[in-house]
Write a protein that binds this ligand. Structure first.
Ligand code: MG
Length: 361
């Protein structure tokens, strides 16, 4: 079996609702898309994403540097292909734009492999569970007024989501404190409540907030500090009982290893696109399990529902329906859970006509 064709396209999918956090606005979802076809005509589809910058550069990396590695390889040698991509781009890679390109290829290879095995992706990867609980981030954006935030949080809990995540990092700390307690009071004690600072603060500022919200029963405090600063996370973790979550801005497994080794986090949140693909996501998840840690992937729920179902130490899938505008079938919430599609491969049903309207020339 050999790879005989590789095709890439760049799409730019507009968000359906306004999404803001402490450091950025989600202006568009740039979506480099790849199809890898083997000599039996089986096609695996993969993708990467950014939120407004860099999509073209990712596509160029795939076309110029990664595609030549793929031709005439056996697509089932995924780890070997991954390591060739990593080493042959090492001068400009080891994360960032190159890593985002490698991830797209890797996702397509796993999709191809699962189709050939006639298995849903999550079963090929381990099949630890058939459903995964879901928490909702799409009602917790930073620009919302406190009233809007409370109203949407209550609505989503009533809709069945197991938890709510709200963004923090408003102008004044007391606003964040007020919003957190208002949401907790409105949704009651049972639903999980998470907060996310998107790396806005240093250790002192993050500690100040953490100390003032200990009573709000926060399930995790996400990205309190710059993700590269492992030491400050150790410092913060010693000063609060709130679990610390980190991972969406970590671009390779070695940084996760450092967080684990230093005891700097409670929950790891790898993003398959930003950590280098499914191959690397699984390595992070299994390493976390060995050290008694949970994983809860960032964003991209349509793919991450498979990865979360594949491993026993996963917590949740994050609800942000970013791909819904280009899908012919979307995930369905049942009793607060998502199930991966029961089709061979990742089974994400892209609607080519819908995608085409967002194609970037
Ligand atoms: Mg986050």
């Amino acid at each position: 079996m050999k790879i005989r064709d590789v095709r890439t396209t760049l799409y730019d999918i507009p968000p359906q609702v306004k999404r803001t956090d402490a450091i950025q606005a989600f202006v568009s979802m740039e979506f480099p898309f790849i199809e890898i076809e083997d000599d039996d005509g089986v096609v695996g589809t993969g993708f990467s994403y950014t939120i407004g910058k860099g999509g073209e550069a990712i596509k160029q990396v795939i076309d110029a540097y990664l595609t030549p590695i793929l031709y005439d390889e056996d697509p089932s040698n995924i780890d070997r292909i991954w390591n060739r991509m990593w080493m042959e781009t090492h001068w400009v890679g080891r994360g960032g734009i190159v890593g985002l390109g490698i991830a797209a290829v890797d996702i397509a290879l796993w999709d191809l492999m699962a189709q050939r095995a006639n298995l849903p992706l999550y079963k090929l990867l381990g099949g630890a569970k058939d459903t995964v609980p879901v928490y909702n981030t799409d009602g917790g954006w930073l620009h919302l007024t406190e009233d809007e935030l409370v109203r949407q949080s209550v609505q989503y809990v009533e809709h069945g989501y197991k938890g709510i995540k709200i963004k923090v990092g408003r102008e004044n700390l007391h606003e964040d404190v007020s919003r957190i307690f208002a949401v907790r009071k409105a949704i009651g004690q049972e639903p999980y409540l998470m907060i996310d600072a998107n790396m806005k603060w240093n250790a002192r500022e993050a500690t100040q907030l953490a100390c003032r919200i200990e009573e709000a029963d926060i399930f995790w405090f996400e990205e309190p500090i710059a993700a590269d600063d492992v030491d400050s996370h150790v410092d913060l973790r010693q000063k609060t009982t709130i679990p610390i979550a980190i991972g969406e801005t970590i671009y390779n497994k070695y940084v996760f290893q450092e967080y684990i080794a230093q005891g700097a986090a409670d929950i790891l949140q790898p993003d398959a696109v930003r950590v280098g693909g499914i191959t690397e996501w699984m390595k992070v998840a299994h390493t976390a399990e060995c050290f008694g840690l949970s994983v809860s992937p960032h964003f991209l729920m349509d793919l991450h529902v498979h990865l979360s179902a594949a491993v026993q130490n996963s917590l949740f899938v994050e609800y942000i329906p970013s791909l819904d505008p280009v899908l012919s079938e979307t995930l369905e919430l049942k009793d607060g859970h998502f199930s991966p599609p029961n089709r061979p491969g990742h089974g994400i049903m892209f609607d080519k006509d819908k995608l085409e309207q967002y194609s970037v020339a």
